[in-house]
Ligand binder design. Structure first.
Ligand code: SF4
Ligand code: SF4
Length: 203
């Protein structure tokens, strides 16, 4: 099981400031606690124009999410960025489907004991409690990089493959490629504060 927590406004608002937004909100599968009131308050405080808003369950289902993207294609096209309120899996799925759009997450995902559900490996989330997707093009460095590096790459990849597991694509290569497509390579110059690993389940 997991819980979703809305990020502090001061962390997200500078990223989306002055941008027209489309908002995805995933109310979650039965296992997920989704903070309805906190998300409504966050959205109510936004000064940015919202071109549209889709509220659904199972944003983690890629085909399902794709159908919603098709349904709201005009509103998404009009928006300059997409803001996702969901667990880390849902945010990664939307980011992968909107490769050329700026996609941000408004949530952190926290681990709870119990059944974890099944997700596609390429969108895995370790429920680390401090979501990093806003700086990595919506690709998770915690779950998808063998060394869980937050300021990657490690320098060991060969032909885009991970040096620890050559069957895996190097997550940081994917991150760099996506940031380049979105004109966001400057994010690689950012050195974040040390991560609080104590809230990560494997810590
Ligand atoms: S950084 Fe990765 S592991 Fe942490 S909450 Fe985000 S998607 Fe999940
Ligand atoms: S090669 Fe890439 S995925 Fe593998 S440990 Fe290094 S940065 Fe992470």
């Amino acid at each position: 099981m997991l819980a979703v927590q809305v990020k502090p406004e001061e962390e997200v608002v500078p990223l989306i400031s002055s941008k027209k937004l489309f908002v995805f909100e995933c109310l979650g599968c039965r296992e997920v606690h989704y903070p309805v009131e906190e998300a409504a308050q966050f959205l109510g405080n936004l000064k940015e124009e919202v071109t549209g808003r889709a509220t659904l369950d199972y944003l983690c289902n890629r085909e399902f999410a794709r159908a919603y993207i098709d349904e709201y294609a005009d509103e998404i096209e009009e928006a300059q960025a997409v803001l996702v309120f969901s667990c880390g899996v849902g945010a990664q799925v939307i980011s992968s489907l909107l490769e050329d759009k700026l996609v941000y997450t408004g949530c952190d995902t926290l681990y709870l004991h119990g059944f974890q559900g099944l997700t596609a490996k390429e969108f895995d989330c370790d429920q680390c409690g401090e979501c990093y997707l806003n700086y990595t093009g919506g690709i998770c460095p915690v779950a998808l990089c063998s060394k869980h590096i937050l300021n990657g790459p490690c320098g060991g990849s060969q032909d885009g493959k991970c040096e620890v597991d050559p069957d895996m694509t190097c997550a940081w290569q994917d991150i760099i490629d996506r940031l380049a497509r979105r004109g966001q390579l400057h994010l690689l110059e950012r050195l974040g504060a040390p991560k609080n690993w104590s809230v990560e389940p494997a810590s």
